[in-house]
Design a protein around this ligand. Structure first.
Ligand SMILES: [Zn+2]
Length: 384
């Protein structure tokens, strides 16, 4: 038996030695395992607890059910915090997102635009002010632009046109004691209406002398059957008897007025109030001198006084510079013609008969005299 032991010992000299260390190592290993496991267990426990507290805090508001998977919880929690935060902050994240993108794109555009516009706007204003000054200047030249071509066809174009310029004076029944001149110059309101009715019914179009000048020098088109109606001297019956008929037919006329007679308030002549009213309603007023003198053989200054003074008076009342003149009693000489050009008149009418008008004879345009005895048949012959 001992031999067995011995044998054992012999056969296993290292038996007990091996066993002891074996035993020690096993126990030590077990102990180590226990220690390690215990320490690990504690560590895991604390870690898990920490995570759970975090999750609890995070998911407290949202859903505490998702405790089991702690690893996911923080993520969910984070997501939910983001989502929960989204509620109010959704805008905030989006805002910064949109704001950050928007600013960057909008900044670049806005900046470039704003700068470009500002530059363009600054450049635009600079022209606009330039325009405004020119605008302030324009009113004065206003007459110039329209007319610029008028006085000077500059050889480019000029034509002679057939346009009857009718010449009336009184539109009333003369008093019984009227002299032959007064009689001759008078057309009854009834006759005047007959004439206007005829023009209207036969497709005539009333134009003014500005239209005629532009047609002659600029080749501007005139309406069909153009006719210019003029009334000399500015008698009050023009306002009382002619103006209503003209308005009734939608026609316009040119009134050559003697400015001093109007200034003096002579009852036989129109008042400035009447003239201003008619001008506002489309009627033209041009000078017929200040006092209706014979302009032939006069001092140069006197002619200028009559021709320019009457124009300035009308201009002061109507804020429009007249450009046409009617020679008193149709009398004029070379000096008068020169002064018309010097004062930049665009045309003048005489009492000579005729219906053709051009640029070269613009200071001697003829007219069709309408007399007291000019009844409809003769009237038709005169204008056609
Ligand atoms: Zn006259």
């Amino acid at each position: 038996m001992t031999r067995t032991n011995d044998h054992r010992s012999q056969t296993d000299p290292w038996g007990p030695q091996n066993r002891i260390p074996d035993g020690i190592s096993c126990v030590g290993l077990l102990l180590l395992l226990v220690i390690v496991l215990s320490t690990l267990g504690v560590g895991l426990g604390t870690a898990a607890a920490g995570r759970r507290s975090d999750v609890a805090e995070v998911t407290a508001s949202s859903s505490p059910t998702i405790e089991p998977t702690p690893t996911e919880n923080p993520l969910i929690g984070v997501r939910k915090t983001q989502q929960a935060a989204t509620g109010t902050p959704t805008a905030t994240p989006q805002k910064p997102d949109t704001s950050t993108p928007t600013p960057s794109p909008s900044e670049t555009p806005t900046e470039t635009p704003t700068h470009v516009p500002t530059s363009t706007s600054t450049s635009t204003p600079s022209p606009t002010p330039v325009d405004t000054p020119t605008m302030t200047n324009t009113p004065i030249p206003t007459s110039t632009p329209t007319p610029t071509p008028l006085p000077t066809p500059s050889g480019s174009y000029s034509s002679t046109l057939k346009v009857p310029i009718l010449m009336y004076h009184y539109v009333s029944i003369p008093p019984e004691d009227a002299d032959e001149y007064r009689l001759d110059l008078s057309v009854s309101p009834e006759t005047f209406r007959q004439h206007m009715t005829y023009l209207y019914d036969h497709g005539y179009s009333t134009i003014d002398l500005y239209d005629l000048s532009r047609a002659i020098t600029n080749k501007e088109e005139l309406p069909p059957n153009p006719v210019v109606i003029t009334l000399d001297d500015g008698y009050r019956d023009n306002y009382e008897n002619a103006f209503p008929v003209l308005e009734e037919y939608g026609m316009t006329a040119t009134f050559f007025i003697i400015t001093d007679f109007i200034d003096q308030g002579h009852p036989e002549y129109m008042t400035w109030a009447m003239i201003e009213e008619m001008a506002q309603r489309g009627m033209r007023f041009e000078p017929h001198s200040k006092t209706h003198p014979d302009l032939r053989g006069q001092e140069r200054d006197y002619v200028i006084y009559q021709v320019l003074g009457s124009r300035e008076t009308i201009e002061a009342h109507l804020e429009h510079r007249p450009r046409y003149f009617a020679y008193p009693s149709g009398r004029y000489d070379e000096q008068v013609l020169d002064i018309m050009a010097e004062l930049d008149y665009w045309g003048a009418v005489t009492t000579a008969g005729g219906t053709w008008h051009g640029f070269n004879d613009r200071y001697e345009w003829s007219r069709v005299r309408i007399r007291n005895v000019t009844h409809l048949e003769e009237f038709i012959d005169l204008i056609e």
